[in-house]
Design a protein around this ligand. Structure first.
Ligand code: SAM
Length: 339
């Protein structure tokens, strides 16, 4: 029997953040000059992480995504992938900004990584610098190129912001097609870390579909009954597929089967949750796997989170968490709990 929460949602998917460090400073995620970092001693060792993943698998998780921060900054990441690839999982994926993919695509493939999601918000080097504060667009494109020769089914994720990169929908779709990747447009979310968020900057899903329809002709929504994937998928008249993740204007909490764990082992049941629970502490005080499973199950069974939907119900919303609160409680940051 799958573990089901108070709203009937099973626990199927776990996003594991392996580091809170990042080599980009994206405007919508890490816009500040200074951050409070996790202490090295608190980071889960790979063997600890693997034991916790076993517990989650025992509770029904069969999809794991490694994220961060930038997961490729975690030293020896392919070793972790190798450990996880031996587990009975339906999916083992990684989300990356591709800065280090040129070097890591092959070792990750050898280690047994199945799928890659690559974040790419712009095809313009000058805009990339503006958005990320790093002059590394060429390096990212090299990384994507290396990965696309080794991995099939790559997803290219672009956060679309009005007045920033919303003129690149077509160009991103064309680039995706050129490397055999499916592009997903993500609505700008007011998650922790997005301290500059404004509703005016969000480009709603409906508007993106309208714009693409005006450009290409009728865009067809693809029915995927039973899918819990965050993206709704569409087909262009020429058959090209793309996705839209509309967490801001059409949230989909009712389908959410995702739990999250930070690099220091704090378990969260929602991207918007303000309270987490430290599995690292339970593990390091020597709790047995069965006891840790009971701690997780207790929290999942009580889960009523509908973070994105509750934010949607607020009119005149501004950034979710004030900067001073993020400084005091860094686990509220998106780059701690993983996107
Ligand atoms: N560094 C990796 C990367 O860039 O893919 C993994 C971590 S990053 C936090 C994961 C995803 O979250 C990225 O696709 C990023 O664009 C997305 N993200 C971060 N902040 C966001 C926001 N405010 N709204 C929408 N998506 C966001």
């Amino acid at each position: 029997m799958p573990l089901v929460d108070a709203l009937g949602r099973p626990l199927r998917s776990l996003r594991v953040s392996v580091t809170d460090r990042c080599n980009l400073r994206c405007e919508y995620c890490m816009p500040e000059q200074e951050y409070v970092w996790l202490s090295r001693d608190d980071l889960l060792h790979f063997e600890e992480l693997s034991r916790l993943v076993d517990v989650f698998v025992g509770l029904g998780v069969d999809k794991i995504r490694l994220t961060g921060g930038e997961p490729l900054l975690r030293r020896n990441l392919p070793q972790l992938v190798e450990l996880l690839a031996r587990k009975p999982l339906q999916d083992l994926a990684l989300t990356t900004n591709a800065m280090l993919l040129d070097e890591f695509a092959a070792p990750l493939k050898r280690a047994g990584l199945r799928r890659l999601n690559i974040s790419l918000d712009t095809l313009q080097p000058a805009r990339f610098l503006q958005l990320t504060r790093q002059n590394d667009h060429e390096r990212v494109m090299r990384g994507i190129d290396a990965a696309s020769r080794l991995f099939s089914g790559i997803k290219l994720d672009a956060v679309i912001m009005r007045g920033v990169n919303d003129d690149e929908l077509e160009a991103l779709l064309a680039y995706g097609a050129s490397i055999g990747a499916e592009v997903r447009f993500i609505e700008y979310m007011d998650v922790g870390g997005a301290t500059r968020w404004t509703s005016e900057t969000v480009v709603p899903r409906r508007e993106m579909v309208e714009r693409l329809t005006a450009r290409f002709g009728a865009v067809t929504a693809i029915e995927e009954p039973g899918s819990t994937a965050p993206a709704d998928r569409y087909a262009l008249p020429d058959g090209r597929l793309f996705g839209i993740i509309s967490s801001t204007t059409e949230p989909f909490c009712r389908d959410c089967d995702r739990a999250r764990m930070t690099a220091d082992g704090v378990f969260f049941t929602c991207l918007y949750a303000t309270e987490g629970f430290s599995l690292r502490e339970a593990l390091r005080r020597g709790e047995a796997p069965e006891a840790i499973a009971a701690l997780i199950a207790q929290r999942w069974i009580a889960r009523r989170d509908r973070g994105a939907e509750e934010r949607f119900e607020i009119h005149d919303r501004t950034a979710y968490i004030p900067l001073a609160t993020l400084r005091e409680h860094p686990h509220l940051e998106m780059h701690k709990r993983g996107g």
